[in-house]
Design a protein around this ligand. Structure first.
Ligand SMILES: [Zn+2]
Length: 290
């Protein structure tokens, strides 16, 4: 029987269970916009152990691809071609470009959800490298691809907790934070692991994008139940600032409304800023269905 957790708002911890769900996804995975702070999130989610065993990315992404092809063959084919182009050129360039511009010194670069270690491999020889990956199969591949790197097979929060404090020059979260059941705990763990002046480079789907408004239910950023947080430019900035980060870079070209994704570079301040929302878990276990 899969375990399911119930989440309060991951941004401000308000209980929205009595509020209506948004008509944008399956009933089984209710999507809510917090009445208090406006953050959009999945109220029920699968905990880490389920993500690893049942919903691990390499499995669900194949199922999702098959479902989209069956539902909308033409759109899916064009979208695949565009995505392949973007994945091969634009996306990698953007992550590389932000890394080159913002990562300084000889601290460790940590990739959260490092998969096979493909991105880390592009940095080999330039920085000490570390990867956190929940899937056993992918973590084993990353360790093989990256001899000398520290590969930690764990969920993101406890994986980052295994690194020494103030040791990382950068934490990469490219297409990761939307999956994290406890995003505030992950930001707190990131702040701890970073050295002062170190950066977190974050890419998430942009729930405020034009395409999301236009495509409604069919927007490519919806993945049930893998994507549990739906950030907009406003809500990602709010969560980062109240977690104690400075915003290092967030220009319009990092979150153009025509893109399905947004990028933001956060920095650990050299003089700590007050954390105005104390991090605590937003999820609790639900009893299994009878
Ligand atoms: Zn809220």
């Amino acid at each position: 029987m899969p375990r399911i957790v119930l989440r309060h708002c991951p941004a401000c911890y308000t209980d929205n269970t009595a509020a209506k769900r948004l008509p944008l996804g399956p009933k089984k995975w209710p999507l809510k916009t917090c009445g208090a702070c406006g953050f959009t999130y999945l109220e029920r989610a699968a905990p880490y152990v389920e993500m690893e065993e049942t919903f691990a990315w390499e499995k669900t992404s194949q199922q999702e691809t098959a479902r989209r092809v069956a539902a909308e063959p033409t759109v899916s084919r064009v979208s695949d071609a565009l995505k392949t182009f973007r994945a091969r050129t634009l996306r990698r360039d953007k992550l590389t470009e932000l890394t080159n511009r913002h990562v300084r010194g000889d601290g460790t670069v940590v990739d959260i959800g490092c998969a096979h270690g493909r991105f880390l491999k592009t940095l080999a020889g330039r920085f000490p490298l570390a990867g956190v990956e929940i899937s056993r199969a992918l973590a084993a591949k990353a360790a093989k691809n990256l001899p000398g790197a520290t590969i930690i097979q764990a969920d993101a929060v406890s994986g980052l907790g295994q690194l020494p404090p103030d040791s990382a020059a950068a934490v990469i979260m490219s297409a990761f934070l939307e999956h994290e059941i406890e995003p505030r705990l992950l930001l707190a763990a990131t702040l701890r692991a970073l050295r002062p002046g170190g950066v977190a480079i974050v890419k998430v789907p942009n729930f405020g994008s034009l395409n999301r408004r236009f495509r409604k239910k069919k927007w490519c950023g919806f993945r049930f139940p893998d994507h549990v947080n739906y950030f907009t430019p406003r809500t990602i900035v709010a969560m980062a600032r109240t977690s104690g980060f400075e915003i290092r870079e967030f220009r319009l070209r990092d979150h153009p409304p025509i893109s399905d994704n947004l990028w933001i570079v956060l920095a650990k301040p050299t003089h700590p800023l007050p954390v105005t929302t104390t991090p605590q878990p937003c999820s609790q276990d639900l009893p299994p269905d009878p």
